[in-house]
Design a protein around this ligand. Sequence first.
Ligand code: TYD
Ligand code: MG
Length: 463
Amino acid sequence: MAKTRTAYVCSECGAEHSKWQGQCAECGVWNTLSEFVVQPATKSAAVNPRSGYAGAVDAAKVTKLATVAAEAEQRSATGIAELDRVLGGGLVAGSVVLIGGDPGIGKSTLLLQMLGAIGQRVRGLYVTGEESLAQVASRGQRLGIGLDGLEALAETSIERILGEAAASRPDVLIIDSIQTIWTETLTAAPGSVSQVRESAARLVRFAKESGTSVFLVGHVTKEGGIAGPRVLEHMVDAVLYFEGEAGSRFRILRAFKNRFGAVNELGVFAMGDKGLREVPNPSAIFLSAHAQPTAGSAVMITREGTRPLLVEVQALVDQSSLGNPRRVALGLEQNRLAMLLAVLHRHGGAAVYDQDVFVNVVGGIRVQETAADLPVLLAVLSSFRDRPLPDKTVAFGEVGLSGEIRPVPNGEERLKEAATHGFRRAIVPKANAPKHSKLNQARVGEMEIIAVDRLAEALSAAS
Ligand code: TYD
Ligand code: MG
């Protein structure tokens, strides 16, 4: 019989190495290799005499795709509209969804509420490896969930969980959390890369064979990846991240990968004493209420997923005492900020190279689209000059390296949203301004639109 061998897997990129080393040779990140036991293949693969490659000689068959009847996905609503939106329209039978997030963000609460909301239509099994059944039951009672049709199992052995699931055949299986699950076939400790990977692989196989929808809860490590690694992300059908700021009651569920729907779709919830409440109309919750215009604050209209959101971005620019001034971006990409500051210097005439620059997106939301470029620079410049932007002003637009302001998708929809919330001026890329106006000045509702082509124009419009 073939022997098992030990390999070392990088938790960042999933690369496999035969020896342990401090730095992953593939992605260059330090201290990410951990031991992984490779199981031998059960049968030695035959070599195909035609191609010379190993593989079954007569099992494979090529089919014309046009002759394959496309399968309509079996979707069922979860009963939580915000969750359905992020999943792309509800649960898909036989799919595996990974829900990641910091400990305490509300993953267990969300899934328990989902089981409660699905109710009697669907049979759910909640497997807990972290809490006792009594804890789960008392949380369920506090959340006001009817516990009658709900089944739970406190277990961490994958063999026993799958045995139980195969016997009771639930429609939805929740594993809370995948880091606590282990298999008897491996000697590594629970939570290690190999245990997590192997347990998840078995659950994926179970989902595909049985048609059960499986949810895996995964805690995120300090570095931001799901512990026991990126490897999980490509094994599952959808990866949802639960985000939020400590101290804020708002929680954002974001699809990071989705085989059955759009990515970057957001679901917004508020955590209260009765668990998570949906926020169906979140467009203005990421604004902080300033009594007066404040220096260093700008409001952007971002469009994450399919809805426009008004989000405040704050900047603090201050004389640096360091040779190497600090650039800190929270909720934005760090490199993007560095690039924008260089453009600001070159094309906006503001020299911030000897200044510390801190930028923060309010409410713990992460903004990924380039429409945030212009508002970020407006906030930075406003703090640098210690002069607030004109009251009730919003902005969006991508900033290019040569100082041009580029359009972003869905301009009119963003403008309408800002107008409904009582904003009076919008600084936007020229191509995003309403088409019918010949002049640079147009209106949407009560709002004055200032269309700009170059960064310098935008900066002077804002001062
Ligand atoms: P939980 O779902 O246990 O987080 P996770 O599974 O992601 O680790 O959420 C726990 C937090 O949520 C805890 O800090 C308390 C808070 N919470 C409420 O504020 N209200 C509630 O009704 C519940 C159930 C939890
Ligand atoms: Mg939990």
